[in-house]
Ligand binder design. Structure first.
Ligand SMILES: [Fe+2]
Length: 248
């Protein structure tokens, strides 16, 4: 956990983390939902409505990771370590959960730009793929892996923001207010450490304490599993958007 104090280069990402980010980004831009959003039409509604279930749940999933994490499966050394760093862990994850609550509010604002009210988001049909990814992250009892899923979520969010920020039709349709969710995942205030970096640091610290492998291959496997769930969710939402009346 000592690395959490390293604030000189808050967003420094090492080579292998940069490779993981590129692999995730390539999947995001290949996703038909994201490409459809860039082109216009009904896809933005499918994005905001389709992924609402996860966006709504995510702050609570982060909170439960420090408030109600199952201690059963943890080994002795990890349990001792977590007792020692509990205040720092809860402070870091508590901050992330708070910011994600803010992102959830920005999502509602973005959705309103395409005519979706908060009530319509709440009533949007939850597709099995979206339910699956939400529950897979929520129910992951391996702490380091769950934290790597948080990295995956951030990479997907940043990838969507990066791609759609450069899509003129989308930017025009969303307006400045509607783009705030996207800005929040692209530009971090001076001195702020991104959720990607925080989740990496926490996960790698936990892995060290648990004496688990933290090589690129194993870390990437967990992250890309999460990214692939989102890709499948995006495919499902795009499919729904192609069948008017099927969504919402
Ligand atoms: Fe977010």
């Amino acid at each position: 956990m000592d690395t959490l104090g390293r604030r000189d280069h808050p967003d420094a990402v090492c080579d292998w983390q940069a490779r993981i980010k590129v692999e995730a980004y390539d999947k995001v831009v290949a996703c038909p939902l994201v490409r459809g959003c860039a082109a216009g039409g009904d896809y933005p509604r499918a994005l905001f409505g389709g992924f609402w279930h996860f966006v709504d749940a995510f702050p609570g999933i982060i909170r439960d990771t420090y408030a109600n994490f199952p201690v059963g499966p943890l080994g002795h050394s990890l349990r001792v370590y977590l007792r020692r760093v509990a205040p720092l862990l809860s402070e870091t994850l508590g901050g992330m959960a708070g910011e994600e609550r803010g992102h959830r509010a920005l999502w509602i604002r973005s959705a309103s730009r395409v005519g979706l009210s908060a009530a319509q988001l709440r009533d949007w049909r939850v597709l099995p793929e979206i339910s699956f990814l939400t529950e897979a992250i929520r129910s992951e009892e391996h702490l380091a892996r769950r934290l790597l899923y948080f990295v995956g979520v951030e990479l997907v969010a940043e990838g969507i923001a990066r791609y759609l920020y450069r899509a003129p039709r989308f930017v025009e349709a969303m307006g400045e207010e509607g783009m705030e969710w996207f800005t929040a995942h692209l530009i971090h205030p001076d001195g702020a450490i991104s959720h990607e970096v925080l989740a990496y640091r926490l996960s790698l610290s936990v892995k060290r304490a648990a004496r688990e492998s933290a090589d690129e291959q194993s870390v990437n496997a967990d992250i890309q599993r999460c990214v692939d769930w989102f890709f499948a969710g995006g495919v499902a939402c795009a499919r729904e958007a192609n069948y008017p009346g099927g969504a919402g």
